[in-house]
Write a protein that binds this ligand. Sequence first.
Ligand SMILES: N[C@@H](CCC[C@H](N)C(=O)O)C(=O)O
Length: 288
Amino acid sequence: MRFAKGHGTENDFVVLPDPDAELTLHTAGVSALCDRSRGLGADGVLRVAKAGALTATGVLDVLPDGVAVDDWFMDYRNADGSAAEMCGNGVRVFAHYLLSSGLETRSAFVVGSRAGARPVTVHSVDGFRGDVTVGMGKVRELGTSSATIGGRVFEGIGIDVGNPHLACVDSDVTPAVLAALDLSAAPGFDPGFFPHGVNVEIVTPLSGGAVEMRVHERGVGETRSCGTGTVAAAAAALRFDGADAGEVVVRVLGGEVRVRIDAGEADLRGPSVLVASGDIDDAWWAAQ
Ligand SMILES: N[C@@H](CCC[C@H](N)C(=O)O)C(=O)O
């Protein structure tokens, strides 16, 4: 079984090229692959398949909004094996992989996700590096809620970017407060508000057009970046300043990305790195 390993601002993925959707991505296999001791280690898995192949094999019941049979589809799984609707860093790595492997030659095309079609523009692919913009679609504000971390309550805004986020911006959140946060355990949240779980971002207010954030991801734990989370963080930081549009640089533990929000839609530009490729032992995979 072929694989590649890549990351977007150090949010890392095992990429599995599987155009005809022949692989069975069961929970035990995905979590073993993502395990940093037992497997290759990653925050998630990106299966590279044709959208039509995923419906034909029953992985998807129907094609999500705007996705065509012949589109590439990012079948994203979290490190715990759960499927998630979208992954903003993953889409950049996915598009970079398609071009560098020769599976795709266009620099602008659509990537399907469970949240719908995500148009990508690949600005450059330079050896192992890529620079990609992703149309992230609608940013929907869901109202206010809170997260509890180490006994401290953070007020935030629920934001749907295809997947659910709680982005907490507070003037008390300085870079030093952010650095001291312990995100080794999942933050407490209101399961009535987020019945399918939530990704939680703690975010500094805007300063000079930039924010800093840390994130605890549903199905993964703390990660060094979360692309959909940076969009939620940018939207919440703009809202904190009374704005609903603008461009924000979001700094995360693994680097920085640029988010632009306009008329309720976002795009995300950032780097992608492909680190390695190789073969996963078939007998090891079968034993999971
Ligand atoms: N790291 C991703 C988000 C992955 C999905 C998330 N953990 C969820 O369950 O919603 C990103 O870059 O957006």
